[in-house]
Design a protein around this ligand. Structure first.
Ligand code: AHR
Length: 634
């Protein structure tokens, strides 16, 4: 292999913000993930509108000890905590059993249960009121699933008064467990109402209250992201046609930032686009603060009133559009405004008087109706430019990286002079290898590219290799591609709506995918300027290649044809087990023989492995795969 570096020429500058992360609440990235809250459905707001299997008592079960009896029901009545947090738990206690008798509920957390670590402290809180003049005793306990061992010394509190009040305490884990249950149970008779039952590890990322799970936040921080795009994705732009004003609260509306700020007990919960309830405990304040904590530029995405993500609809409601535009201006004020401004004050009240330094924001995500989208975008841009000319507004090219919609979106982007266009694509690793030169021909005088979402479709080594190869093309074109982020960022193994993902986790553990390692390599070793270079290599004609990964090497080139891939025990892999650039090669049906054109490559897929395994050997094992090629004449 030869690498020729041309030191006489200077390549484009690579910006500090070139590589960042795209965070979306998908795959339980927020509740049950990055948001460190351990109690699921803490405010009893789960509803069938979020998911057909949900009820107000999802994740909760009744518990009784010492002969206590009673009823537990979720109600939305005049006793509610507030207008946004309407449902709560009503416990009617019969007063049966002795002094220690307790009736209540137990929470199962997310997935397998609540994970706790020996010696760590966990902060409990609950909002409660009782109609008993003498108060109601409350016991809070942490134990293993199915009545398992106590994981902490129980807390004993007394609820007093028929007004909502917050009660707090700390549990210290005396053992490590991953299937914990949190029991909140009351003694005596009467009616006790509970809401916002919460348990947080004290040890959150940077020790922030209402903070983030440390291991996950640290894995993100280790990437040293230049920016944090949030909160989606499809999460943002669907359902934006629906009204949202309380009390006519409509679920499945778009993600609206104002729902997500202020005291957590006053934040709404909502149906998440990805099929579960989202608590908004992690909201805009927390995202801005997280961006600041990890040194990333905050890059929020607001809905554009044109849906995408499988639902092509444009809202024709000038009043709603006006409100969304106003909300966007208010968002800028929330991020940057002085503490004397209404939204700047709100930020200060939440604990951050200093501005967050917002410079970029994206309007919309993957709108599939370019004309309708760019029409509405113009309204957003005019308002933002008039009040905040310092803010860069990012547009997008729709869901596809090719085709009429994409071309039309780019045409409109150029015509309207937007600064930057957000592109998204998820393709095979082969596509990424083939498209290293994608941006070589992009117009240098047009809008810049923000590659807001991309990934090759799997989480294997060959994917990270293909992504790495592709990223060299992004850097070579850093004068056009200003920012790029792999997607999605997080996935709970027990709730996967989208795969591959960058970081995987369960309730107690987390690990980066191979793509994570690629991103980390590039993100923590970013140069400041491209040095023009050329690489040439002699293709592999023959030699052992172990496993599927090796086959994504460029085994072929103009110099070879009649390429065969053969396993160590002599079997040829079938032609249809491989993929390569369309039109660049031909395959003899059922045989591993190809005529290869310039720049083509062979790449195995999962099916190739299956073929090897199932052809006579039911067990997975390693094979040495050989590429045999015939040198072309001349
Ligand atoms: O990253 C997952 C999804 O892919 C995003 O929500 C959406 O923007 C894209 O289609």
């Amino acid at each position: 292999h030869t690498l020729t570096v041309d030191r006489t020429r200077t390549g484009p500058r690579i910006g500090e913000r070139m590589y960042g992360v795209f965070y979306e609440d998908i795959n339980r990235a927020a509740d049950g993930g990055l948001y460190a809250e351990l109690v699921q459905n803490r405010s009893f707001e789960y509803a069938p509108a979020d998911h057909p299997s949900y009820t107000g008592l999802t994740a909760w079960t009744e518990t009784a000890a010492g002969g206590a009896t009673g009823t537990a029901q979720v109600v939305d009545d005049a006793h509610r905590l507030n207008e946004r947090n309407r449902a709560h738990l009503r416990l009617d206690l019969d007063g049966t059993g002795g002094d220690g008798a307790r009736f209540g509920v137990a929470n199962a957390g997310y997935g397998s249960g609540i994970a706790v670590e020996e010696g760590e402290r966990y902060d409990f809180s609950v909002w409660a009121r009782t109609d008993r003049p003498g108060g109601t005793p409350l016991t809070v306990a942490l134990h293993g699933a199915e009545g398992g061992a106590e994981l902490a010394q129980p807390l004993r509190l007394t609820v007093r008064g028929d007004r909502w009040r917050k009660y707090t305490g700390t549990l210290t884990a005396r053992a490590t467990g991953t299937t914990g249950r949190l029991t909140v149970a009351a003694g005596g008779a009467g009616t006790l109402r509970l809401d916002m039952v919460s348990l947080f590890p004290r040890d959150t990322y940077k020790g922030r209250p209402n903070g983030m799970r440390r291991d996950l936040a640290e894995k993100i921080a280790a990437l040293k992201p230049g920016f944090l795009r949030f909160p989606g994705g499809c999460l943002v732009n669907t359902g934006s046609h629906e009204a949202y004003e309380a009390p006519n609260w409509e679920r499945r509306r778009s993600y609206q930032w104002k729902d997500t700020v202020g005291p957590v007990e006053e934040r709404a919960t909502n149906a998440n686009f990805w099929g579960y309830n989202q608590s908004y405990g992690l909201g805009y304040f927390e995202y801005f603060r997280f961006a600041e904590d990890i040194g990333a530029m905050p890059l929020p995405v607001v809905p554009a009133l044109v849906t995408g993500c499988g639902e092509n609809r444009a809202t024709d409601d000038p009043e709603l559009l006006r409100r969304h535009v106003r909300d966007t201006l208010d968002l800028i004020e929330f991020a940057n405004g002085p503490v004397t401004s209404p939204w700047g004050r709100k930020r200060a009240e939440m604990g951050h008087p200093e501005p967050f330094g917002l410079t970029h924001l994206a309007v919309g995500n993957e709108e599939n109706l370019p004309d309708a989208y760019y029409e509405r975008l113009a309204v957003f841009r005019a308002a933002i430019e008039a009040e905040h000319p310092e803010i860069t507004v990012i547009a997008n090219s729709g869901p596809d990286d090719a085709g009429a919609t994409f071309d039309r979106a780019w045409e409109l982007a150029r015509a309207s002079g937007v600064a930057m266009v957000d592109e998204h694509y998820y393709n095979s690793p082969g596509w990424f290898l083939e498209n290293n030169g994608r941006y070589d021909s992009y117009d240098r005088s047009g809008p810049k590219v923000f590659l807001g979402e991309y990934a090759s479709q799997d989480n294997r080594f060959r994917n990270s290799l293909a992504e790495a190869a592709f990223m060299t093309g992004l850097e070579r074109n850093a004068d056009v591609v200003e920012m790029a982020s792999y997607a999605p960022l997080l996935a709970h193994t027990g709730s996967v709506q989208w795969s591959p993902d960058l970081i995987w986790f369960d309730n107690a553990r987390s690990w980066g995918s191979t793509s994570y390692e690629t991103q980390k390599l590039f993100m923590t070793n970013t140069g400041d300027r491209v040095v023009p270079s050329e690489a040439s290599s002699t293709p592999v004609a023959s030699g052992p290649i172990t496993g599927a990964v090796g086959l994504s090497t460029w085994a072929t080139s103009a110099a070879y044809d009649d390429v065969r891939v053969v396993s160590s025990d002599g079997r040829e892999l079938f032609a249809d087990d491989f993929s390569a650039g369309a039109g660049k090669w031909t395959a003899a049906a059922g045989r591993g023989t190809w005529t290869v054109a310039d720049g083509a490559y062979l790449q195995s897929d999962t099916a190739a492995e299956d073929t090897l395994v199932t052809a006579g050997d039911p067990a997975w094992r390693d094979y040495d795969l050989h590429v045999r090629a015939t040198k072309k004449a001349g």
